[in-house]
Design a protein around this ligand. Sequence first.
Ligand SMILES: Cc1cc2nc3c(=O)[nH]c(=O)nc-3n(C[C@H](O)[C@H](O)[C@H](O)COP(=O)(O)O)c2cc1C
Length: 424
Amino acid sequence: MDPLERPKPKRQLPNLQQAAQLLGLTQRRTRRSALDRILSVEEMRVRARKRVPRSIFDYVDGAAEEEITLRANRDAFQRLRFHPTALNDVSDPDTRSNILGDTVGMPLALAPTGFTRMVHREGEIGVAWAANRAEIPYTLATLGTASAQDICKVTPRVPRWFQLYAHKSEQANLHLLATARTHGFDTLVVTVDTAVIGSKRRDLRSGLTVPPTVSPRTFVDMAVHPRWWTGALTGAPLGFDALGSSGESMFADLNSQFRQGIDATFLRWIRTEWSGKLVIKGIVSPSDACTAFELGADGIVLSNHGGRQLDRTIPPVTALPAIRRAVGPTRTILLDSGIRSGADIVAALCLGADACMIGRPYLYGLMAGGAPGVDRVLSILRDDIVRTMRLLGVQRLSDLGPHHVSSETSPPTESPFLTAASSL
Ligand SMILES: Cc1cc2nc3c(=O)[nH]c(=O)nc-3n(C[C@H](O)[C@H](O)[C@H](O)COP(=O)(O)O)c2cc1C
C-alpha cells in the first residue's frame, strides 16, 4: 500500500454478539430498584419531593427566615477544592473511624430530628435500623416520635445517643436522663442553639407549626398524597414517644416547657447528673467550644441546626479551622449542616473534624422510600467516602489533613445537571 494513501478501516458484516455485549444483553440482568438507581442525596431529595405532601417536604427541606444560612452551608462546602496526590497505593481504603471511643463503620452519625414519624410511618425506627446496618451512631431526639425502648431493639450493634432539649423542670430533665440510661443510650447530646424556635416561614405558611394550624391548602395537598396519609392514618397515633408523652398536651405548650438558653450553670448540673459521654451541639464560636470542654464535655457538634435557627449564622465548616486551633488537636469535634456527599465529609475531616452528622439527607431517604431509602443514602455516602479517599491518595482517614483542601473565594457554580434535577 502506498504510505501516502489515506488508510481506510476494514469493514465487516455487523457483529451482533458484540452489539449484545455492549447493550449488556449477554449478562443476566437483575432488576435495579428505583432506589438503587438514585446516585446522590440531591436525586433522593427530588424523589422525596414527589412522594410526600409539599408541607411535609418543606418541614424537612426548609430553614429559618430568608434561608440565607441554608444556602451558605452548601456554598461553603462547594467552595472547597481538593489537592490530591496520585503516587500512592490506595488498594485498601478503610472508612472505619473512632467516635468518642467507639469504632464505627464510617465517620458519620445520624443527627437528631424531631417528629420523624410525621414524614414517613417508619419514622425513627426505620432510620435507626439503617444506622445499625451502616454501623454508625443514631441520635434519638427529645421530640422523637419513637420510644427509647423501641430504638434500643433495632440498634444492637451501634452506639445510641440521646439528644436533650433541656426542660425548665429539673424533674423532667432527670426523668429523660434516666430513660436514656435505662435503654443503653451512652451519649447525651445537649442542643444549645434553640433559645427560641427559629422562624421557619415555609412551616408558618403551611401551618405545620407547634401547635399545628393546618391551612385548607395544606389539607388539600395532603389529601392528594394517599400513600403518605394512608401510612399516617394506619400507624400508631403521632406522639412524643421519646418523652413518654401522647403529644396533645405537649403540642399545646411545647414552647413554654423548654429552657430559653443553656448556660454554664445548667451544663455543670448536667455534667454531675449524667455519667455517660456528654456532647454539646450547636456551637460555631471558638470561645463556646473552649467553654464546653472546660465544663466537662467529651465532644462538641459544630452546627447551625442546618440553618433552621438563626439565619445568617456562619457555616460550621467555615468556623471549623479556627475552632480546631482553639481547642487543640485531641478534642472531639463533630460537624453538621450542609453535608450532602461523602466528599463533603472527607473535606470536613481534612479541615479538622473527627466525624460528621447529617439530618436532611437521611430524611430525604426516609420520605423517598422508608428505611430502604435511608439505607440507600448511607450507602451512597459510604461509596463517596471510599472513592474520594482513593482519588485523594489516602487509605486511612487519619492521613487526611489541611494540606488536602483549600477554599475558593469565587462563588461556586452549580452543575447544570444538579440545577435541572432540583427544579421541583
Ligand atoms: C426536620 C428536622 C428536625 C430537626 N429536629 C432537631 C431536634 O429535634 N433537635 C436537634 O438538636 N436538632 C434538630 N434538627 C437539626 C439536626 O439535628 C441537624 O443539626 C441538621 O439537620 C444538620 O443539617 P443538615 O440537615 O443540612 O444535615 C432538625 C433538623 C431537621 C431537618
